[in-house]
Design a protein around this ligand. Sequence first.
Ligand SMILES: Cc1cc2nc3c(=O)[nH]c(=O)nc-3n(C[C@H](O)[C@H](O)[C@H](O)COP(=O)(O)OP(=O)(O)OC[C@H]3O[C@@H](n4cnc5c(N)ncnc54)[C@H](O)[C@@H]3O)c2cc1C
Length: 100
Amino acid sequence: MKKYDVQKFELLSNEQIADGIFDMRVKNDELAPLAKCGQFAHVYVPSKTLRRPISVCDSENGVLRLVYQVKGEGTKIMSEMKKGESVDIHSRSSRQRLYD
Ligand SMILES: Cc1cc2nc3c(=O)[nH]c(=O)nc-3n(C[C@H](O)[C@H](O)[C@H](O)COP(=O)(O)OP(=O)(O)OC[C@H]3O[C@@H](n4cnc5c(N)ncnc54)[C@H](O)[C@@H]3O)c2cc1C
């Protein structure tokens, strides 16, 4: 039995809300409705091997809100992702939850 799963989220928006701070909204009808604030999403960043953990700031109607600060290469690449792109988020498959 698989312990983990990767789900595709649709990138709805990725806006800069302050200097170096971005607000990313991603939609997924299976996992997002079960996610709670304080859990974290393990986000795949194109061209990077390791995923970047970003906390769930808000979760409503299948949309996760991830607020992050550009720190290094990975979050810089995240900040350049565009509406309509697919975002891979790693979850536990057994309980379909993000990480606590
Ligand atoms: C549980 C958790 C929740 C987080 N939630 C948020 C959030 O909501 N908003 C936010 O702005 N930031 C959050 N962070 C921090 C965020 O994940 C780091 O700023 C981010 O990983 C930096 O990535 P980078 O690619 O920009 O840095 P880089 O300098 O490119 O990363 C260099 C290397 O360090 C590794 N690395 C970097 N940060 C971490 C880390 N924290 N843990 C393990 N490995 C790391 C990367 O995988 C990479 O291999 C969270 C971190 C953790 C552990």
